[in-house]
Design a protein around this ligand. Structure first.
Ligand code: DAH
Length: 336
């Protein structure tokens, strides 16, 4: 196998072309799904243990060589083009860089994936909400002090209209229009009038989840949270801390045990090893009633989590503002 790799290395070094389609063929031949590199990796099992390290390094060298060769030749073609004299100056620059998904989108898709696998549907609602769906129906009447927890942007000309402060408003909309069994998540943008700092931003993203049916209990909620944390973070040591949300009773905040293995774990968890990741609870019967669902017959649980928070944990991003600056040096790091 070493000989085979060496032969490939030699022919890659010799390869040359100034035709883009030839370059593409070259790259696909080595790096394509059914290409030589994948083939070598699949044969890697048969390499004796004593040689695994050396052969592994060689295959990676081959992979890098192909990519570098491809980039170099492509750049050469680009710079040889006499752009100025070419007739169409509105043509895009060359070579064209491919973009990548925003980290928030990547994490949002992952969350959707995880919950879809156990039967959750997606639902969404408007970002410009009314007082009823954002607050009152969720057991937060006008004079309720808990409204202070979510500093709100109101639409100046109409105090009844606001930018939603959480995706919990979608629970209300969904329950008003559907009867149990209910099983949805709702990802989306939310707005709060918060000081912009490394940890808070006026616009951010949440995912709301709600399940309503007969005989839904706190045990169901715990099991779902456990399923999610395992799938998302690969972690299953959890702690449910009693908390308060007007729309759930009882309410809890969930911490996961992140560990204390590195300096960044210490910093992230403030030396405790624990990290808060979501709020949740049993849907308050009053909320069910507000949405015309009989609380004698049905019960449910709900949860809400912040997408930025999860992305910051997973990618070790220290400052929430990075998500919103559109700095290409930051975004480029999330190419898959
Ligand atoms: N809406 C809460 C917030 O924005 C998050 C939340 C907490 C949602 C508990 C829930 C829940 O559904 O049960 O802070």
């Amino acid at each position: 196998m070493k000989k085979e790799i060496q032969n490939h290395l030699d022919s890659i070094k010799k390869f040359n072309s100034d035709k883009v389609d030839k370059l593409d063929d070259f790259k696909i031949k080595y790096l394509g799904r059914k290409g030589i590199v994948n083939d070598l990796f699949s044969k890697f099992k048969e390499v004796p243990d004593t040689q695994k390290k050396e052969v592994g390094l060689k295959i990676n060298e081959l992979k890098d060589l192909v990519q570098n060769k491809y980039d170099d030749l492509l750049n050469k073609i680009g710079s040889n083009q006499d752009n100025l004299s070419s007739e169409d100056i509105s043509k895009p620059g060359f070579p064209i860089k491919s973009g990548s998904l925003h980290p928030i989108t990547i994490i949002k898709n992952k969350v959707i994936d995880i919950f879809s696998q156990v039967g959750f549907d997606l639902s969404d609602g408007p970002e410009i909400e009314d007082d009823w769906h954002n607050f009152t129906a969720l057991n937060l009447p006008k004079d309720h002090p808990a409204r202070d927890m979510q500093d709100t942007f109101f639409i100046q000309t109409n105090p009844d209209i606001l930018l939603r402060t959480h995706t919990s408003s979608v629970q209300v909309r969904y329950m008003e229009n559907n009867s149990p069994p209910i099983n949805i998540i709702s990802p989306g943008r939310v707005y709060r009038n918060e000081a912009i700092s490394a940890r808070s931003h006026c616009l951010f993203h949440q995912v709301e989840g709600i399940v309503v049916d007969e005989n839904i209990s706190f045990a169901d909620l715990k099991q779902m949270v456990l399923y999610f944390t395992k799938a998302m973070f690969g972690k299953s040591k959890l702690r449910f801390r009693p908390s308060f949300f007007p729309f759930t009773e009882p309410s809890a905040e969930v911490d996961i045990y992140w560990g204390l293995e590195s300096e960044s774990d210490y910093r992230l968890t403030k030396g405790t090893g624990w990290l808060e990741i979501m709020g949740c609870g049993m849907v308050d019967p009053k909320v069910l009633e507000n949405c015309n669902i009989d609380p004698e017959k049905y019960s449910g649980y709900a949860f809400g989590l912040g997408i930025e928070r999860i992305a910051m944990l997973i990618y070790e991003i220290p400052d929430i503002r990075l998500f919103f600056e559109n700095d290409i040096r930051f975004l480029e790091q999330f190419k898959s």
